[in-house]
Design a protein around this ligand. Structure first.
Ligand SMILES: *[C@@H]1O[C@H](CO)[C@@H](O)[C@H](O)[C@H]1NC(C)=O
Ligand SMILES: *[C@@H]1O[C@H](CO)[C@@H](O)[C@H](O)[C@H]1NC(C)=O
Ligand SMILES: *[C@@H]1O[C@H](CO)[C@@H](O)[C@H](O)[C@H]1NC(C)=O
Length: 417
């Protein structure tokens, strides 16, 4: 009899499908799923000896304090993993990434200050993610994108102060979200959340108790009450100004000035992106100080605090796309203009013919001060400078040799869509 039992025990050990750690109880469910029930066992580690067929693993209410990469390697078929009410403060990156079938992950009521967000990229089947009652203070932008099946997300009772715009946007199946009891900073950075919450079809549980902890004037008020008039997305308009500097005999040539006038609340910052054949330049903030001093490297393109960028001696090599970006906590707006120099008597001849976006020549003409982009919608425009015949050959030789004074104003502007 003893021998027979011994043989049975040996068989059980040799058959991985039946293996079960001594502290757990394992049972087969219908449709071939295997449940390993290891909750309330004072476990300090994920037990060894789990069957690779286990699809449901309950480890709730134990004493696990950290999860290493290899801790779930025995159970690659897992669909549900219940780890709530432990003492987990750290999860090594990679711990969850090789569980492609995982549908339910519960890590609520632990001590997580961080989570291996990159592991979520491998979890396309995830439907329920519970990270509530932890100490998470940030959720990286894009961390949740790709969770196309995610239905329920619990992030309540953490230390989140803000969330990046679009955090919940790539979640087409999202039906329920919990965010309450986080110390949200209701600056305009978080204003998108109010707008998203108004538009989404997902249920935001306890949205009345999803409160602001800062700034002081909004403390204790629901996030959905952030006043809209304080948070206005930027608008931007580009206007063109040009003229030659100095007297007719100076060699300074044409100065192209583009002025970006912006509005919004808080007042937007202005950045410029300049893309020419030879360079890509990003200008963040003014390069010309109030006293007129120019920052190192800012000599070619002078960016003023008032939103004007000036390019003295504008030449062939400066042709390209000039983009003004207006940025505040609520959002970003960009508006671009393509600037080209024409060496022809007929500016339209010089337009790129093979550009499928190019409109027909002969569009509106504009003069100094005209608004390039009245709607601020960011359409592309082309300014073509018309070169008088007498300086054309010099221009071809060297753009910097242009004689000033006789430079005409911008004559033609074409709308391109
Ligand atoms: C474990 O899974 C394998 C492959 O799907 C299967 O052949 C085996 O019978 C399963 N064992 C149990 C106990 O379900
Ligand atoms: C809230 O956010 C704003 C800007 O987004 C920041 O200036 C301010 O210091 C933050 N307040 C707290 C209490 O973190
Ligand atoms: C912006 O400031 C610069 C330098 O003071 C000035 O040349 C330019 O005309 C100003 N632009 C506008 C639109 O006022």
């Amino acid at each position: 009899m003893r021998r027979a039992l011994g043989v049975l025990a040996l068989l059980a050990l040799l058959s991985p499908g039946l293996a079960c750690p001594s502290l757990c109880s394992c049972s087969a469910k219908r449709n071939g799923r295997l449940l390993a029930e290891c909750a309330y066992r004072e476990l300090r580690e994920v037990p060894r000896g789990l069957s690779p067929n286990v699809t449901i693993l309950t480890l709730s209410a134990n004493r696990l304090s950290r999860l290493g990469r290899a801790s779930l390697a025995e159970v690659p078929e897992l669909q549900s993993l219940w780890l709530g009410y432990n003492h987990i403060s750290a999860v090594e990156p990679g711990t969850f990434s090789r569980l492609p079938q995982l549908k339910n992950l519960d890590l609520s009521h632990n001590r997580l200050v961080d989570f291996p967000w990159q592991d979520l990229r491998g979890l396309g089947a995830l439907q329920i993610l519970k990270l509530s009652n932890n100490r998470l203070s940030s959720l990286p932008a894009g961390a949740l994108s790709g969770l196309r099946e995610l239905r329920s997300l619990w992030l309540n009772d953490n230390e989140l102060t803000t969330l990046a715009r679009g955090t919940f946007e790539a979640l087409p199946a999202l039906a329920q979200l919990q965010l309450f009891r986080n110390p949200f900073n209701c600056s305009c950075k978080l204003f998108w959340l109010k707008e998203w919450a108004e538009a989404t079809s997902a249920v935001i549980s306890g949205s009345g108790s999803t409160l602001c902890a800062a700034p002081p004037r909004l403390r204790g008020r629901p996030v959905r009450d952030i006043p809209g008039e304080l948070c206005v997305a930027p608008t931007a308009q580009l206007t063109y100004l040009s003229g030659s500097r100095g007297d007719g005999e100076s060699r300074e040539g044409l100065t192209l000035s583009l002025h970006c006038s912006v509005a919004g609340s808080p007042p937007p910052e202005i950045h410029w992106q300049i893309r020419t054949a030879a360079r890509r330049l990003d200008i963040h903030g003014p390069t010309v100080a109030r006293d007129g001093g120019v920052k190192a490297g800012g000599r070619r393109f002078l960016a003023f605090k008032n939103g004007t960028v000036a390019i003295p001696d504008f030449g062939k090599e400066d042709e390209g796309t000039y983009t003004c970006l207006a940025i505040n906590e609520v959002g970003t707006r960009d508006v671009s203009v393509n600037v080209a120099l024409s060496g022809s008597g007929n500016p339209a001849e010089e337009l790129p013919r093979d550009d499928p976006q190019a409109g027909q020549p002969g569009g509106k003409s504009c003069s100094k001060g005209d608004e390039l982009d009245p709607s601020g919608m960011g359409e592309k425009l082309v300014i073509v400078y018309r070169l008088p015949k007498e300086v054309r050959s010099a221009a071809a030789a060297a753009a910097r040799e242009f004689r000033p004074g006789i430079w005409p104003l911008v004559l033609l502007m074409l709308l391109l869509w």
